[in-house]
Design a protein around this ligand. Structure first.
Ligand code: ATP
Ligand code: MG
Length: 392
């Protein structure tokens, strides 16, 4: 089902507002519900008589309304692990936009910048996230950005290349700001730059800008009361690095004249001169990530799920009942630091860090669907560990 913002906009772009996202046998189901009291009272016994009953009534078609405040509450209090996930969602959208541009402009070099600007006087701080991705046309803004639950990526033939798919990620920004301003220009020829403002009350506006703007997107957020700390330069740097430090796209965090890169490729993508050097780098990484001096480090790989990573052998005996939480990346972005069920149950003596290119994330994006692909990947990862499991 598609929910829309109650749009208020000043251009006449197409809106596709009458197109239902899910075309189930809705008219029949709705009719059945509407006419049920009559059906019961009059003892109609067939669909035919049910439909004849319909002629006796005037019916109005209505669209579901959405209480955006309720959805934001649902996301922030029940789906996401914390309010800082807006940084992850903004980074993900920027990365997906760069991926989309790369699919039509081979060799495009993408970059993302997070800039924190402290407010003058008592004004709240602002965060600006800028990417040189594919950008959006006005029509795409109505279709995808302003339609909750609709995603350009789900409808793309290359959907497996993207991280996003649910069409809700941007809403996480309303947890920290009352308004999202987005300035964008599509790479498609002849498209002007446009400014979109989406508000937490469920309205949005759109206007064409009469100025030069390179293709790509800038998102502006101003902290709402109580969320100022999340716009602090160090907070932004620390979290953006945590979520996206392993990305192959340049990401910088800027504050005043300081510019810091978050990029640090994971050890399984680095080359080493010897096995000893590799092992030392892996163990060092394990210490950085988990704060533990591990006994050993074993490379993990599974074609199924497109998985690469490292398993770290715990220095002390662990109990079979102990749950190990693993660090999990999806397409090089951190998904969860509490990943479970990625390894077979018998592998209770290791903790791992893995990246998967194609396991399917759940809507919270903090775990995966426990499907056949995950079962097979788990088995493959178990095979990688057999070198050390023999003595147990
Ligand atoms: N930086 C951006 N550049 C270009 N398009 C964007 C950008 N950010 C958002 N969009 C558009 O807005 C849509 C909605 O974004 P949103 O993050 O809510 O959902 P999604 O990324 O499609 O899925 P998910 O909920 O899994 O994040 C996207 O599908 C995309 O079309
Ligand atoms: Mg998204």
């Amino acid at each position: 089902m598609t929910f829309y913002f109650n749009g208020v906009h000043d251009d006449n772009g197409p809106q596709n507002r009458d197109e239902p996202a899910i075309g189930l046998a809705r008219p029949f189901l709705v009719d059945t519900l509407i006419y049920r009291p009559i059906y019961q009272r009059s003892n109609f016994h067939s669909v035919h008589s049910l439909h004849s009953a319909r002629a006796c009534f005037m019916s109005d078609e209505h669209k579901f309304q959405v209480d955006l405040g309720g959805i934001i509450d649902l996301l922030s209090n029940h789906l996401y692990s914390g309010p800082e996930v807006f940084l992850r969602e903004l980074l993900q959208n920027a990365v997906d936009a760069i991926t989309a541009r790369g699919l039509i402009e081979s060799g495009h070099v993408g970059s993302v910048q997070f800039e924190t600007i402290q407010g003058k006087g008592r004004l709240p701080p602002t965060l600006v996230v800028e990417d040189n991705g594919i950008g959006l046309t006005s029509e795409e803004i109505h279709q995808f950005l302003s339609t909750i639950g609709r995603s350009s990526k789900r409808e793309s033939l290359d959907r497996d290349d993207f991280i996003g798919q649910f069409g809700i990620g941007l809403l996480s920004c309303f947890v920290v700001a009352d308004e999202i301003t987005l300035i964008t220009r599509s790479v498609k020829p002849g498209q002007p730059a446009v400014e979109w403002k989406g508000r937490a009350d469920g309205t949005y506006s759109l206007r064409t800008l009469d100025r030069d703007f390179s293709p790509g997107t800038q998102v502006y957020l101003q902290a709402k009361p109580g969320r100022e700390a999340m716009f602090d330069a160090d907070f932004v740097f620390e979290h953006v690095k945590k979520f996206g430090g392993h990305l192959p796209i340049a990401v910088d965090v800027v504050a005043g004249s300081s510019k810091r890169s978050i990029n640090e490729p994971p050890p399984w993508l680095r080359s080493f001169r010897s096995e000893e050097e590799r092992k030392a780098a892996y163990l060092d990484y394990g210490k950085q990530v988990f704060g533990t001096e591990f006994f050993d480090a074993i490379p993990l790989r599974s074609e199924i799920g497109g998985i690469d990573g490292i398993a770290f052998v715990l220095p002390q005996a662990a109990s079979l009942a102990a749950k190990q939480s693993h660090h999990v990346y999806l397409k090089q972005m951190l998904l969860s630091e509490k990943g479970e069920k990625l390894l077979p149950d018998w592998a209770f003596f290791v903790k791992c860090v893995i990246n998967t290119q194609d396991l399917r994330p759940t809507a919270s994006r903090e775990s995966f669907y426990d499907d056949h692909r995950l079962d097979n990947a788990r088995e493959n990862l178990g095979d990688c560990l057999e070198v050390i499991s023999k003595p147990f």
